[in-house]
Design a protein around this ligand. Structure first.
Ligand code: GDP
Ligand code: IMO
Ligand code: MG
Length: 422
């Protein structure tokens, strides 16, 4: 069997959690392949709301197995809090949750370093989630990291102390910040016992054996394509590959094993943290989108920056990941607009182009917009395509045509049931 992929095509928060949760029953295994507790994936069903950070969004579907892949960085503290919430909802997970031994650990001092580094950057800060993501991936690529499989080794404590000492030396180079290392470390060690008690597997064999047995696997992305370490708006990116390529390294599967690639975009666009966002709206329209879309971070609570959908940006993301079908979320947020805009080209040095420049921080890239008639009707909860007003149908058709990719789902509200499957 092939492994299908769900990933975000913008700057994150496209609604990946909702769609993974919805599609999970069609699969045997849901696997996260990158990122860590910087992610916040919201699931709403049966009157309950859950925000997942590390645990795959298939966990509430009781027949499905879930794998935290080797490409993920795990903070045992966040993970154990998530597990407590799942337990409190009476969802059995122990025999359904698996953790790759090669996944790296986020230490308290990774978070300390993240905070010290961001603080030192001042105005040019990345706007990181302060979850220790950058420092943990730096230790991974710097070949200093600690992995899940190391926890049970007899010299784990020694390795931990050595890495912590190294971090403290680095931290001393930055201006001082408040961080309760002792308290955080105590909590971390306690949470490590919970991580220790989970099923640890050799993720590559786990997934490849499952595929060989004909099992269906869904890979769940975190963040969005524009936050990709290689292809995003560097340096205002995260520290992992958020595109389809990340599935291969983050789970240990061959490119030939990739099946459908489901790319998710909001019907508009948001970004949280610093960095370029060409279609950002600084006026009352941006404020209106934030209010209507409840655009506040699921992980940090920060207000998200809002703007119109950006077609050159989406085409770029579709190209990078080989997207085979599109999901449009939050179309209901545009209910009240008399017209809806989309950036269709950029103007750079007087030339029109549909290609993203090397550096989007370059202010000379001005988006040009096309306006489409709005529908001014409440789409919330519509789950049949035929029931959409004509103008909403046309908007979907325009996106489909411009992006040259089939739209397979349109989401009309945050609940699991508020979804059109075409
Ligand atoms: P993720 O990180 O991609 O999983 O997305 P987040 O959970 O961070 O953010 C998406 C937000 O939009 C969450 O609050 C969801 O409950 C909500 N949401 C998802 N789909 C829809 C939709 O179609 N309409 C509306 N109004 N809200 C949605
Ligand atoms: P989900 O999976 C939105 C952003 C941060 C910051 C940059 C780097 O919920 O879509 P990091 O902590 O990774 O070093 O921060 O990336 N960021 C996200 N923005 N959604 C996310 O995840 C994000 N994860 C990281 O705001 O700008
Ligand atoms: Mg999110």
């Amino acid at each position: 069997m092939a492994i299908d992929v769900i990933l975000g095509l913008q700057w994150g928060d496209e609604g990946k959690g909702k769609i993974v949760d919805y599609l999970a029953p069609n699969y045997d295994i849901v696997a996260r392949f990158q990122g860590g507790p910087n992610a916040g994936h919201t699931l709403i069903f049966d009157g309950n709301k859950f925000v997942l950070h590390t645990v795959p969004s298939g966990i509430f579907r009781k027949e499905q197995l879930n794998l935290i892949g080797n490409g993920v960085v795990i903070d045992p503290i966040t993970l154990s809090k998530e597990l407590k919430n799942i337990e409190a909802a009476n969802v059995p997970y122990l025999d359904r949750l698996f953790v790759a031994r090669k996944a790296h650990l986020i230490l308290p001092t990774h978070r300390y370093l993240d905070a010290a580094s961001e603080n030192a950057k001042g105005k040019s800060k990345i706007g990181s989630t302060l979850k220790g993501i950058g420092p943990a991936y730096m230790d991974k690529t710097g070949r200093n990291g600690l992995r899940v499989g190391d926890i049970s080794s007899s010299d784990f404590k020694k390795k931990y102390e050595a890495l912590k000492d190294k971090h403290l030396k680095l931290i001393s180079l930055y201006p001082e910040i408040d961080f309760d290392l002792e308290g955080e470390e105590k909590q971390w060690m306690e949470s490590l016992e919970i991580l220790k008690s989970l099923n640890h597997v050799d993720g590559e064999y786990f997934i490849n054996n499952a595929l060989a047995e004909g099992k269906r696997v869904l890979a769940e992305g975190a963040q969005g394509s524009m936050l990709d370490i290689d292809h995003g708006t560097y340096p205002f990116v995260t520290s992992s590959n958020t595109t389809t390529a990340g599935v291969c390294t983050g789970l240990g599967v061959a490119p030939s094993a990739i099946g459908e690639v489901i790319g998710i975009t909001k019907a508009y666009c948001t970004r949280v943290g610093s960095g370029p966002f060409p279609t950002e709206l600084f006026d009352e329209t941006g404020e209106f989108l934030r209010k209507e879309g409840h655009e506040f971070g699921a992980t940090t609570g920060r207000p998200r920056r809002c703007g119109w959908i950006d077609l050159p940006q989406l085409k770029y993301s579709i190209m990078l990941s080989g997207v085979t079908q599109l999901v449009i979320t939050k179309i209901d947020v545009l209910n009240k607009f008399s017209e809806v805009k989309a950036a269709t080209t950029y103007e750079i040095d007087g030339e029109q182009t549909k290609q993203l420049p090397f550096d989007l921080c370059d202010e000379t890239a001005t988006p040009h917009y096309t306006a489409y008639p709005g529908w001014e009707k409440d789409l919330t909860g519509i789950n049949q395509f035929e029931d959409l007003p004509e103008n909403a149908k046309s908007y979907v058709a325009i996106l489909e045509k411009e992006l040259n990719t089939r739209v397979s789902m349109v989401s009309t509200g945050p609940d699991r049931k508020e979804l059109i499957v075409k």
